[in-house]
Design a protein around this ligand. Structure first.
Ligand SMILES: [Fe+2]
Ligand SMILES: [Fe+2]
Length: 151
């Protein structure tokens, strides 16, 4: 994904198995932060919302860079675009999800119903996205990564 107003993140150099574990750890970390941001948006604690979203911004962008370059790269290389269709579909959520995060950050200038709703949708969207990756994308990538290494 193109960084919005920041330097592009380069993919991290690690094997697929280690990368998939790292990505799952980051899901847990980001999910906790988004949950805290959601609760803070309900309380009208706008500085906490901003702080939580600011803290995960670089994690999120590095994470997406790795998913799109390394995970999707591997799936397309091994399975073709047809075979990688599920991952392509799931990864298409990255841009709208990141844009929603920026929008919630902007909304966190004052407490509002829109901010509460934004915080809710963001946390919900992220949960569903992370679950789809962990159940339907990462296991395929990990299996192919192992096969690629041993062939
Ligand atoms: Fe993702
Ligand atoms: Fe992810």
């Amino acid at each position: 994904m193109e960084g919005e107003g920041g330097a592009a993140f380069r993919p991290r150099e690690m094997g697929v198995g280690a990368l998939v574990r790292k990505l799952a750890e980051e899901h847990a970390l980001m999910s906790d932060a988004l949950e805290r941001a959601k609760e803070a948006s309900k309380r009208g604690d706008i500085s906490a919302v901003s702080r939580e979203l600011q803290a995960i911004d670089p994690v999120f962008r590095q994470h997406i860079a790795d998913e799109e370059a390394q995970i999707l790269g591997l799936l397309v290389r091994e399975l073709g675009r047809q075979g990688a269709a599920e991952a392509i579909r799931v990864f298409q959520q990255h841009q709208p999800m990141y844009r929603l995060m920026l929008k919630v950050k902007e909304l966190a200038s004052k407490p509002s119903e829109e901010l509460r709703e934004g915080g809710d949708s963001l946390a919900e969207l992220f949960e569903a996205h992370a679950r789809a990756e962990e159940t339907r994308v990462f296991p395929v990538a990990a299996a192919l990564g192992g096969a690629e290494r041993s062939s």
